[in-house]
Design a protein around this ligand. Structure first.
Ligand code: 5RP
Length: 227
């Protein structure tokens, strides 16, 4: 079971890595929430940063805490991105998108000098794939992408909202939560999905993370990227 205090420890530790003047990628999800809260406290205490949020929810939270926001027009590069993960392995390959923000999360990660992944200890796995891989698709292409996912060995399920209607991302798309069981070759699946027309983005994040901070019991374990 995910552990709230481990999430908070990881989130707070990551917020301490932010320096005056940084452009900060603000992640989405319950662990990133703790990092944004801690950054809000630091901003109140005088830290000067600007943030680029990875979702409407995170933008609203940051605004409510007084964290100034910016855009890629003003700041095309990000100094440090702090974001959660649904699963990560020893090579810091990840599944993300449980919170539905994978597209903006990947755009932010792609222009970040440093990506700090924060998670509780339940997220660390030997092989990715137990967590269904979120795949964001344009509504028009849902059936096409579903068939492609099945051909790749997955069982896709259209993510529902609480009212039973399809969940709609911040970008107006659907999400197919795709159970693979075990993803033996994440790079090959990532490539196949990137080449599928109608896929806007998938939740495999490979080669983005610089370091992971994992809340484990009462401490934070640091997993560096092995190059
Ligand atoms: C949102 C994400 C989150 O980072 C991921 O789902 C982890 O969330 P949480 O910290 O709540 O477990 O990718 O799209």
């Amino acid at each position: 079971m995910a552990n709230e205090s481990e999430k908070e420890l990881a989130g707070r530790a990551a917020a301490q890595l932010v320096r005056d003047g940084d452009v900060v990628g603000l992640g989405t999800g319950s662990t990133a929430h703790f990092a944004v809260l801690a950054l809000g406290e630091r901003v109140k205490a005088g830290l000067k940063i600007v943030g680029i949020p990875t979702s409407v929810d995170t933008g609203n939270l940051a605004r409510s805490l007084g964290i100034p926001l910016t855009t890629f027009d003003e700041h095309p590069a990000i100094d440090i991105d702090i974001d959660g993960a649904d699963e990560l392995d020893a090579q810091l390959r990840m599944i993300k998108g449980g919170g539905g923000a994978l597209l903006r999360e990947k755009v932010v990660a792609s222009v970040s000098k440093k990506m700090v992944v924060i998670a509780d200890s339940t997220k660390v796995v030997t092989t990715l794939g137990k967590f269904p891989l979120p795949v964001e698709v344009v509504p028009f292409a849902r059936a096409v992408v579903e068939r492609k996912l099945i051909s790749l060995g997955a069982t896709p399920k259209l993510r529902p909202k609480r009212n039973g209607q399809p969940y709609i991302t911040d970008n107006g798309n659907y999400i197919l939560d795709s159970s693979f069981g075990k993803i033996k070759d994440p790079q090959a699946i990532a490539l196949a999905l990137s080449e599928t027309a109608g896929v806007v983005e998938h939740g495999l994040f490979i080669g983005f993370a610089s370091v992971a901070l994992i809340g484990r019991g009462n401490s934070v374990e640091e997993i560096p990227r092995k190059s």
